[in-house]
Design a protein around this ligand. Structure first.
Ligand code: ZN
Length: 256
């Protein structure tokens, strides 16, 4: 039984065939999918989808390239109003690749920290994006005293990640690990007790440019097993237990 800790099921890439995508995930052993949102529209859609599809565990947050103060206020109100339906605040974070203007980066950091503080206040974990900003994001989270943290598809150095591990942060590994030396190094450097599995569907699949789906989580699972020199069963057990430690028992859903 596996948990996909980060996927974009509200994405247009799944508008046509979401039931089939979810059935394939179930067949691949995925019990639950943490579905992150990037906007208020995503958040509303995910809450509605979770009504119909119990394997969807919805999260809500404002993505780091959305820097409109009104959108942040609306997101904060939404998260408060739907706290009991959400398993995490995300996808939030820092992105120093898409945003490079200093004033906008300062605003991005402020929006990130406001959502981190909101998550702490509501006792929800954060699902964090940190493109070209791994060290910055971890330092900001440590400074904010964040405790329930998932760094997704971390693209920074293993040394920066280990600083996160010392603070109890978790790191999720996507199927693109099979084509990334940086992710190989990360998996080798981090303890199994800090790892979760994710797909980041519809991106970060095993083949660049091809739509990624939660059923591909086995690619990440087998890559971690191979790199760590342990069985896939052991990786499955550990990563699911880690997901429960981070998100709580609720992440297992009704079948848990
Ligand atoms: Zn994502």
């Amino acid at each position: 039984m596996l948990i996909d800790a980060h996927a974009h099921l509200a994405d247009a890439a799944f508008a046509e065939d979401l039931p089939e995508v979810l059935a394939a995930a179930r067949a691949a052993g995925v019990a639950r999918i943490v579905a992150v949102g990037e906007t208020l529209e995503d958040a509303r859609r995910l809450i509605a989808l979770a009504e119909r599809h119990p394997e969807i565990a919805p999260a809500a947050g404002l993505y780091p390239t959305h820097l409109d103060p009104g959108a942040l206020e609306a997101m904060e109100a939404f998260v408060r109003a739907h706290r009991d339906r959400l398993v995490a605040v995300g996808e939030i974070g820092l992105d120093r690749w898409a945003v490079q203007d200093e004033a906008l980066l300062a605003r991005q950091r402020e929006f990130f920290l406001r959502q981190v503080r909101l998550a702490a206040e509501l006792d929800l974990p954060v699902n964090v994006h940190s493109r070209s900003a791994g060290h910055h994001a971890i330092a900001a989270l440590v400074e904010a005293g964040a405790r329930r943290v998932l760094m997704h598809a971390f693209d920074g150095r293993a040394g920066a990640a280990l600083e996160g591990v010392r603070h109890g942060f978790f790191f999720s590994v996507p199927p693109s690990v099979v084509r990334s030396r940086q992710k190989h190094k990360l998996v080798l450097a981090l303890p199994l007790s800090a790892l979760l599995l994710e797909t980041d569907s519809p991106v970060l699949g095993p083949e660049p440019g091809e739509r990624n789906v939660p059923a591909n989580i086995g690619v990440a699972l087998r890559a971690v097993a191979e790199l760590k020199g342990i069985s896939a069963e052991e990786v499955a057990r550990a990563t699911t237990a880690n997901a429960v430690r981070l998100f709580g028992e609720g992440v297992l859903g009704r079948c848990g």
